[in-house]
Design a protein around this ligand. Structure first.
Ligand code: ZN
Length: 230
């Protein structure tokens, strides 16, 4: 079931009170339309009735897609600096819902689910796009790391993020965007073969970073960034 709660938030432009039907549980199996709205960026976005400025409610919810094996705890980007604490909370929530502490029927479903934690709509969307293209999200993050390694100015910084936008033929398109409003600053491209090479790597060159990125449900390059800053 998808669950919503009425919530009043201040319009970021004029301050007027805006009513939102805030989602706190999204079931993509039963509501494919909501999954589609996450993908096209329209979900939980609406105009302010006073000034007509469109804005988006920050996500704080769980996302479930049993068919695709995805269970994702989503928090606002503003909570990124608490990822370690939220990672522990995410693991506890998953354990109660689908893990060792869940009833047998739910545990059965849980075997097929990958638990993830992400911050913001762009990060959630990326997990869905990655699945569509058959990407393992850990390898995808390593590919992004390889992509930015060759750049003079690293686009990985507080306030911006790199998110898989899609795949064009043999090119992976990665959007460098502003976290606050998801505005795309630039589209970076990498050959899909870079992903395939990293996935097939047996030299051990990626082993340490792979282990770091996959050591918890927060599979994201920001894990390293937050570590550096924190
Ligand atoms: Zn307004």
């Amino acid at each position: 079931m998808s669950l919503f709660n009425p919530e009043t938030v201040a319009c970021p432009s004029c301050g007027a009170a805006v009513e939102f039907n805030a989602v706190f549980s999204l079931n993509a199996d039963r509501r494919p339309d909501l999954r589609a709205a996450v993908l096209d960026g329209s979900f939980q976005r609406q105009p302010c009735p006073a000034c007509n400025t469109e804005f988006r409610l920050d996500p704080e919810m769980t996302y479930l897609d049993v068919r695709r094996g995805q269970w994702i705890a989503v928090f606002p980007v503003a909570n990124l600096d608490q990822w370690e604490e939220l990672e522990a909370r995410t693991l506890a929530t998953f354990a109660r819902a689908y893990g060792p502490k869940a009833p047998a029927a739910a545990r059965e479903i849980g075997y097929g689910l990958k638990a993830r934690l992400c911050f913001g709509w762009a990060a959630l969307r990326e997990k869905l796009v990655a699945f569509e293209h058959g990407f393992d999200d850990v390898i995808l993050e390593l590919t992004k790391a390889a992509l930015v390694r060759g750049l003079d100015n690293s686009p990985v910084a507080i306030g911006t993020e790199l998110r898989l936008a899609g795949v064009d033929g043999d090119q992976i398109a990665v959007a460098w965007l502003t976290s606050a409003d998801e505005e795309v600053k630039e589209i970076l491209r990498a050959p899909r073969s870079l992903y395939d090479e990293i996935a097939a790597d047996r030299t051990g060159g990626w082993t340490a970073l792979h282990a770091t990125l996959s050591s918890g449900p927060f599979v994201d390059l920001n894990r390293l960034l937050a570590l550096t800053v924190g």
